[in-house]
Design a binder for this molecule. Structure first.
Ligand code: DP6
Length: 340
C-alpha cells in the first residue's frame, strides 16, 4: 500500500487598501476590495487526508490542540462540501503555525484559511490528476474568511466583480497584472498599538452594515475607489494612493463608529500616529497609513524612503506602540508549495 503523504503549504496574510466591510449570501462581498499580499506574515499548514470514512478532525495549532478554532473549521468544511464532496469520506489531521505571534493583533484568518484551502485543492488536483486551480482555492478560502480569498497570489489582488477588470468575480479574487514596479516594492511597517484580542469580530462587524444608515453610500464609495485605485496602481502615483488608502481606512472606522451598536477601535496612540503621518505627508514625505478592524497602524511607503521612515519610527512613533513592538513587512510573492 502507498504511504499517505501530508499536503503542506505556506500562505501569506494580506492588507486591504480598498476595504471589504459588508457581505451578503454565503460570504459574498457588498463591494469589490483590493489588497496586497504580505511577505513575512504567513501561516504554514500541513494536512493529512485519511480515507477512513470517519470525518474526524484533529487540529493542532503550534503543536498544541486548540479547540477554540474547531467551530470555525466545522463551518468551513460544511460550506465547502458542495465544492469538494469527496472530503466527507476523509478524516483530517491538520497542523498549523504562524510566522507572527498570536498576541500581535495580526489576523491569522486570512493566511490560515488560504493555507488550508491550498492543501485541500492541491490534494484534490493530485487525486484527480488535474491542474491545481487557484481560483478554486480562492473560492474555498473565501468561504472560510472573506479576506482570505485575496491571499492566494502575490502582489495585488482584486476580489469582487468589477467592470474594469475581466475576469473578476464575487466568488474569488484575481491577480492584478498591471501594477507599477515601484508599488511591488511597497513597505508595510505595522505599529502594534494594541496587542490584545479583537474587540469586535469581523463577522459581527460585517453584520453591522446590514441596515446601516450610510451603507449604500459606503458601497458606492468603495466601488468608485476600486476603479480609481486600478488606475493609480498602473501609474504608480504614491501620493494618489495615499489619499485613497487613508480615506478607505477612515471610512471603515467611520462605519463602525456610526453603526448600532457602535464601536471605537482607535486608541489614543492610533490617532497620534495617524496625525503625525498626515503632517509628514503634508511636508512632502512619501508615507501613508491604513488600518484594519483594530487599533494597529500599517505604515505604507515606497522602499526608497525606508531608511528615513524607519528613523522616524524609531525616534517618534515607537512610544505609541505596545511595549515598543512593531513588525516590518512588504509586498510578497504569494503562497509557497512546501511539498517538494
Ligand atoms: C477590515 O475577512 O475577517 O480586514 O469574511 O467575516 O471572515 P469574514 O471577515 P474578514 O473581514 C476583513 C475586514 C477587513 C477589511 C479587508 O480585509 O478587506
Amino acid at each position: 500500500m502507498n504511504e499517505i503523504k501530508p499536503e503542506k503549504w505556506r500562505a501569506p496574510s494580506n492588507i486591504a487598501l480598498v476595504k471589504y466591510w459588508g457581505k451578503h449570501g454565503v460570504q459574498l462581498p457588498m463591494n469589490p476590495s483590493i489588497s496586497f499580499t504580505l511577505d513575512k506574515a504567513y501561516t504554514e499548514t500541513e494536512v493529512l487526508f485519511l480515507p477512513d470514512g470517519e470525518r474526524n478532525i484533529d487540529f493542532l495549532f503550534e503543536g498544541k490542540e486548540k479547540h477554540g478554532f474547531l467551530p470555525k473549521l466545522q463551518q468551513f468544511l460544511v460550506r465547502i462540501e458542495p465544492y469538494c464532496p469527496w472530503l466527507s469520506r476523509y478524516s483530517l489531521e491538520i497542523s498549523t503555525s504562524n510566522s507572527f505571534p498570536h498576541s500581535s493583533g495580526i489576523a491569522s484568518s486570512a493566511s490560515g484559511m488560504a493555507a488550508l484551502s491550498l492543501c485541500i485543492t492541491a490534494f484534490e488536483a493530485k487525486m484527480e490528476g488535474t491542474l491545481h486551480d487557484l481560483n478554486k482555492a480562492s473560492t474555498l478560502a473565501r468561504l472560510g474568511s472573506g479576506s482570505a480569498c485575496r491571499s492566494l497570489r502575490g502582489g495585488f489582488n482584486l476580489w469582487g466583480a468589477c467592470p474594469d477588470v475581466s475576469p473578476s468575480s464575487d466568488e474569488y479574487a484575481v491577480n492584478l497584472a498591471q501594477v507599477h514596479p515601484d508599488f511591488l516594492e511597497l513597505q508595510d511597517t505595522i505599529l502594534l498599538v494594541d496587542k490584545g484580542e479583537k474587540k469586535v469580530s469581523s463577522s459581527l462587524g460585517h453584520k453591522l452594515m446590514d441596515g446601516h444608515p450610510y451603507a449604500g453610500q459606503r458601497f458606492l464609495q468603495a466601488k468608485s475607489n476600486t476603479s480609481n485605485l486600478l488606475k493609480i496602481l498602473k501609474m504608480g502615483d504614491f501620493m494618489a494612493l495615499a489619499e485613497l488608502m487613508e480615506q478607505e481606512a477612515l471610512a471603515l472606522h467611520a462605519m463602525m463608529m456610526t453603526s448600532s451598536p457602535h464601536f471605537m477601535l482607535f486608541m489614543p496612540s492610533s490617532i497620534a500616529i495617524i496625525r503625525r503621518v498626515m503632517e509628514l505627508r503634508a511636508e512632502g514625505l512619501h508615507i501613508s497609513f491604513t488600518v484594519d478592524a483594530g487599533a494597529n497602524i500599517h505604515l505604507i511607503y515606497p522602499k526608497v524612503f525606508s531608511t528615513e521612515i524607519m528613523e522616524i519610527v524609531q525616534h517618534e512613533l515607537l512610544v505609541y506602540c505596545h511595549a515598543g513592538a512593531y513588525l516590518c513587512d512588504r509586498v510578497g510573492q504569494g503562497p509557497i508549495d512546501l511539498n517538494t
